[in-house]
Design a protein around this ligand. Structure first.
Ligand code: AOF
Ligand code: ZN
Length: 373
């Protein structure tokens, strides 16, 4: 059996139950943000007596569902939780107290919660009550499950994915992102809290950039009104563009970022439809303008779609969809980006360390080779 690095004292059954808890956690993929995905399994005398996962921010945590499932069987049992149980009052009361009340004997934790409100205090509290706590079983998988949540906590900005369709002559093709990989893109959008596109990449198909998977978080949409002639003008905002369904704000917010103070009847129309216009000084980089807004809105992650601007952006992950033609006409130049690896390192089981020194410059052609699928 595959066995990653585990803390001393880990039994094979511990790994098995933690993997079960991981599988439960992902039941809520796309629904929990800004909260993490968390799963919990309660085991007594070699039998699973309770299971639960955190379904959505505002609803009870994984432990609470698993304890309710286990009822009195929780007494003397072992609880497996992918994330350290919380010890604070947020939207819901502390899980540590629920575990203590239920008289569990042992708690096996996948990873420490780097939320400063928790940050080891949950584990401390359980130990204070004489509950045995084993920390770090399936640690890497438990961390990896919630990279955006931890990344936001550590860096005070959302985790950023760049996604674009690239032809072999180095052009980025919004119309390809929009058609050939549309289903896959919807799965992306269910996972991410926001999406950022250039005015020039608004989908030709008339798609409103919302996720069609029912009930998931709808990403905040940001349209960048900069570059390709839009830096100091609204000439691009024609009547035809204002009729695009993307501007509908009934189901999800839309922010239009501009780098000038101009207005027009078309812009006023968008504002009356609920589009939020944010203005920036000409020298401000697109990323410096847009990312803090998304952070303030509580976003843990965002997807830059296509070529968002003529600025360099720094991202943590890239999905380059290689268009298999050498000389595809149209599109935009490939986006310029630096890449900072947002993957957690496994060196310290109790902490959260990103491999942040890996600075790569991918030329469009090497990005294409790496990203093809
Ligand atoms: C857990 N189990 O299933 C989750 C935890 O506002 P609240 O009450 O939902 O608290 C949110 C914080 O609780 C969140 O930022 C994270 O630190 C932790 N999430 N903790 O013990 C869970 N989802
Ligand atoms: Zn909790």
């Amino acid at each position: 059996e595959m066995r990653a690095i585990q803390p001393p004292g880990t039994k094979d059954t511990d790994i098995r139950y933690m993997r079960r808890a991981l599988r439960l956690a992902v039941m809520a993929r796309g629904y929990t943000s800004p909260n993490p995905m968390v799963g919990c399994v309660i085991v007594k005398n070699g039998t699973v007596v309770g299971e639960g996962w955190h379904p959505k921010a505002g609803e009870p945590h994984a432990e609470v569902f698993a304890l309710a499932d286990a009822r009195s069987e929780a007494q003397g049992a072992t609880a497996y939780v992918t994330l350290e149980p919380c010890n604070h009052y947020g939207r819901t009361p502390p899980c540590t107290e629920a575990l203590i009340r239920a008289k569990v004997k042992k708690v096996v934790v996948g990873c420490v919660d780097q939320n400063p409100l928790v940050g080891g205090k949950g584990i401390e509290r359980l130990r204070e009550e004489g509950i045995e706590v084993l920390v770090g079983v399936e640690n890497y998988a438990c961390k990896e499950l919630n990279i955006p949540f931890f990344y936001r906590t550590k860096y005070k900005k959302p985790y950023q994915m760049l996604r674009y369709a690239l032809s072999l002559n180095g052009r980025s093709h919004a119309e390809m992102v929009d058609s050939a990989t549309r289903e896959h893109l919807h799965m992306f959008l269910a996972d991410y809290d926001a999406t950022i596109v250039s005015w020039k990449s608004l989908p030709l198909s008339g798609w409103d950039l919302q996720c069609m998977i029912e009930g998931t978080n709808q990403p905040v949409r940001v349209v960048v009104g900069k570059s390709w002639g839009a830096d100091d003008s609204l000439a691009w905002l024609t009547d035809e563009v204002t009729n695009h369904p993307v501007w509908n704000t009934a189901n999800a917010p839309l922010i239009l970022a501009l780098w000038h103070n101009k207005t027009s009847p078309q812009l006023q129309k968008l504002e009356s439809m609920g589009v939020e216009v944010r203005r920036f000084a000409p020298g401000i980089h697109v990323q410096d303008a847009v990312i803090p807004i998304l952070y303030d809105m509580g976003c843990c992650s965002t997807v830059w779609l296509g070529n968002p601007c003529e600025d360099v952006i720094e991202v943590q992950q890239i999905y380059a969809y290689a268009v298999p033609y050498y000389n595809l006409e149209g599109g935009l130049p490939a986006p310029q980006f630096t890449y900072t690896n947002g993957t957690p390192s496994e060196n310290h089981k109790d902490g959260w360390h990103f491999l942040s020194n890996t600075q790569l410059f991918l030329t469009p052609s090497s990005a294409c080779l790496r990203g093809s699928s």
